[in-house]
Design a protein around this ligand. Structure first.
Ligand code: GLU
Length: 325
């Protein structure tokens, strides 16, 4: 089986150093193993996603030398479309399959689903769903009355442990009922939830390895649960330490100093790649380097399993503190 990695940015702004740290490590892992690398555009959120941002993401990846074998806005490859906004029919079909398990139910809790289209980064401050709309008899292989008012579709989660081994952080054990509760697969306004779309796409695109920030570790458990329900094999997961700013906050698209526009003004691709390689422990001290040089050096066992890595300034004379614990 050919290894398949993917990078799945949301086109809601210019990428920052944290986004490209993920892209670089995912790309290196795919290239090291002779695998393929897919660029999928996660534009599920109709209010925040913009095609111009997707094109800018492509331009920034190309500038760094991160080439993809499939995907992108123009959708090269046989698993397209690669823009999630164009994949509604596919999600609909798989949702019907999940609904046939009897484990979904309509939810009319207002506003509870607003964030469902976005990957739930921990800093977004999610709450555990209390089960307000959950029918008394779940799992119920019987029809649940469908309200006439707009409603989200929620999936029941059992009070059991999901276990998996993350490539960087090792064995994980997550109780979904206690960590997030029943979660949304489709919003009341019809928008598809990140959790459903990411599983459907990774499964249908043959993705074997998912690389992303460690604030999506809990999501991996939600996704493994959905893989089981649709009868597909989950990929391996490699979550990465979060790149934080000097205040130890996860970088956001609002952090201008480490955004790609600023980085491209001040640095060469080799400087940025060297910085990422140093933070990932692939090289012992900072020096500019090329992606090709790193393919040989890449090894998952070198990546520090620390929660976060602090970047003080983007220039290469700074000190970088790796925060452990
Ligand atoms: N689109 C998500 C983000 O930009 C990535 C989610 C994933 O890789 O599964 O945060």
């Amino acid at each position: 089986m050919i290894p398949v990695g993917r990078f799945a940015p949301s086109p809601t702004g210019r990428m920052h150093f944290g986004n490209i740290f993920t892209a670089i490590l995912s790309w290196l892992s795919a290239r090291k193993t002779g695998g393929r690398w897919i660029l999928r555009i996660e534009d599920l959120d109709p209010q925040r996603s913009r095609i111009e941002y997707a094109r800018q993401i492509e331009a920034d990846l190309r500038w760094l030398g991160l080439d993809w074998d499939e995907g992108g806005v123009d959708g090269i490859g046989s698993h397209g479309p690669y823009m999630q906004s164009l994949r509604g029919d596919i999600y609909s079909e798989i949702l019907s399959r999940i609904e046939s398990t009897g484990l979904t139910y309509p939810c009319t809790c207002t506003r509870a689903d607003i964030m469902a289209t976005q990957a739930p980064h921990q800093s977004d401050g999610r709450v555990i769903y209390k089960g307000t709309c959950r029918p008394a008899e779940i799992p119920a292989m019987r029809p649940v009355p469908i309200p006439l008012t707009p409603h989200a579709t929620r999936i029941y989660v059992p009070d059991d442990e999901i276990t998996f081994t993350d490539i960087v952080y090792g064995r994980q054990q997550v109780n979904l009922a206690r960590s997030c509760g029943d979660f949304i697969l489709r919003r009341a306004d019809g928008a598809w939830a990140y959790q459903l779309a990411v599983v459907v796409d990774d499964a249908l695109m043959g993705v074997t390895e998912v690389v992303r920030g460690n604030d999506l570790l809990l999501s991996a458990a939600q996704q493994i649960y959905l893989y089981r329900l649709i009868g597909a094999t989950a990929p391996s997961y490699a979550h990465l330490p979060l790149i934080c700013n000097a205040d130890m906050q996860r970088l956001s698209k609002r952090d201008q100093s480490l955004s790609m526009s600023e980085l491209r003004n001040r640095h060469t691709p080799e400087e940025i790649i060297g910085r990422a390689a140093y933070l990932a422990n692939l090289i012992p001290s900072y020096s500019p380097c090329s992606l090709n040089e790193l393919v040989d050096l890449f090894d998952w066992s070198l990546i520090p399993p620390s929660p976060a890595i602090k970047m003080k300034t983007p220039d290469h004379t700074d000190h970088t503190a790796k925060i452990s614990g």
